[in-house]
Write a protein that binds this ligand. Structure first.
Ligand code: S3P
Length: 450
């Protein structure tokens, strides 16, 4: 998983995009489904699980710590959990591949169990900061031996019983919030996280659904989330809604390719995840939510997206937490808009699977777009609907970042000549069917020789 060979991809304009797509299950909810079911007592069933490499890394790690996880013939997954406090010592290092969410949330789980675990990952994950998680978990009693800079590979020893803390998040991060709450699950007393800026709330919603005693209060200091430890989780039946981050690629693709008209089915519309829809609508995109419904306590809708003339905007910085993974594809939308788009206040993009500010600046520049890089975002001069010229035979560097590869593949859908991407293999971390779905909509991605 950590050493896949590079797979170059070529893509240029084909026909307008038409048809209906179903996006894979939400990545955040898929990870949490396996972890929480793995801690419940009894059998849980999960339908619509994202079967991408990142989520499979979580499944493998939970198995290595004792959970019984099986993919059934009908594509659903059954999980028999070990019970909170029941995780076993893994016999080998846990390979997290490319997945920051697996790493940081599982570190939270291990922190309050009496076990030692080693976490390893690919070159991208091994560069990402882990101190944001190891610091609060160390306050709870876990002990860490890390690589220089607090990075992977690292070995941690959990403490049982761990010590409850009240922790104010210094950065807006659902992963850090979740790691502490998960450590709190097996910690006596009340563990509190104070979140000055709200981030995705899947851990809170799902833990409550699994029967944990978790309360959320809105206070002048922010959202205060309190979990009572030594919890017992009850098994659940979960339908994972479609991933809005994956849907984002099709929203932008249909918006920029003239003549397009598509429907994206079953998209999660949780308000902590819909920043891209809001930003694209500000740019003039035609995105209509139809048949909005409730699935397992989450709002879900089908999205009808038609080609539209987009205009450059100043992207409201307060949308950042609800579209943090969508900036690369928003930058592509901006490249085709009329006028200038300024996206600032998104410094966290520097520490994602790649430095997404620098990586997208380089990728769009190679494709002929005029881009100015800032410490916390980009200014992009839009082409007013004009197609790209292509990358002139040069290859965009995706730097082991799935969202860079998919964003630049979408850019290629409105390009006279080919946009070449040096490595699209990372797409399999979050969206294994992306290339097939692009083809089914009328785009023409092609694998090329390495
Ligand atoms: C995620 C939180 C976000 C996001 C990531 C998934 C989660 O990370 O970028 O893809 O599932 O909690 P941060 O917490 O680092 O912002």
């Amino acid at each position: 998983m950590s050493n896949a060979s590079p797979r170059p991809l070529s893509i240029a304009a084909a026909s307008p995009l038409r048809g209906t797509v179903t996006v894979p299950g939400d990545k955040s909810i898929s990870h949490r489904s396996l972890m929480f079911a793995g801690l419940a007592v009894g059998e849980s069933r999960i339908r619509g699980l994202l079967e991408g490499e990142d989520v499979l890394a979580t499944a493998a790690a939970m198995r290595a710590m004792g959970a019984d996880i099986v993919r059934e013939d009908d594509g659903s997954w059954t999980v028999h959990g070990v019970g909170v406090g029941g995780l076993l010592q893994p016999q080998t290092a846990l390979d997290m591949g490319n997945s920051g969410t697996s790493t940081r949330l599982l570190m939270g789980l291990v922190a309050s169990h009496p076990i030692t675990a080693t976490f390893v990952g690919d070159a991208s994950l091994s560069k990402r900061p882990m101190a944001r998680v190891t610091e609060p978990l160390a306050m709870m009693g876990a002990d860490f031996t890390t690589s220089p800079g607090g990075r992977l590979p690292l070995t941690m020893r959990g403490l049982c019983p761990a010590v409850p803390i009240a922790y104010t998040l210094p950065i807006a991060s659902a992963q850090v919030k979740s790691a502490i709450l998960l450590a709190g699950l097996n910690t006596p007393g009340i563990t509190r996280v104070i979140e000055p800026v709200p981030t995705r709330d899947h851990s809170e919603r799902m833990l409550r659904g699994f029967g944990a005693d978790l309360i959320v209060e809105e206070t002048p200091e922010g959202r205060v989330i309190s979990i009572t430890g030594e919890a017992t989780l009850k098994p659940q039946s979960i339908d994972v809604p479609g991933d809005p981050s994956s849907a984002g690629f099709w929203m932008v693709a249909a918006s920029i390719v003239p003549g397009s008209n598509i429907t994206i089915r079953n998209v999660l519309m949780n308000p902590t995840r819909t920043g891209l829809v809001a930003a694209l609508r500000l740019m003039g995109a035609s995105i209509e939510a139809v048949d909005t419904r409730d699935v397992g306590g989450e709002s879900v809708a089908d999205l009808r997206v038609r080609h539209a003339s987009l205009s450059g905007i100043e992207v409201p910085a307060d949308l950042a937490p609800s579209m943090i993974d969508e900036y690369p594809i928003l930058f592509v939308a901006a490249a085709f808009a009329r006028g200038i788009t300024v996206a600032r206040g998104a410094h966290e993009l520097r520490v994602k699977e790649s430095d997404r500010i620098a990586t997208m600046a380089a990728a769009l520049t190679l494709a002929g777009v005029s881009v100015t890089e800032h410490e916390d975002g980009l200014t992009i001069e839009g082409r007013d609907g004009e197609p790209l010229a292509g990358t002139g035979g040069d290859r965009v560097a995706s730097l082991l970042d799935h969202r860079i590869a998919m964003s630049m593949a979408v850019a290629g859908m409105h390009s006279r000549e080919a946009v070449l991407i040096d490595d699209a293999a990372p797409i399999a971390t979050s969206y294994p069917a992306f290339i097939d779905t692009a083809t089914s909509l009328g785009a023409a991605p092609q694998w090329v020789a390495a």
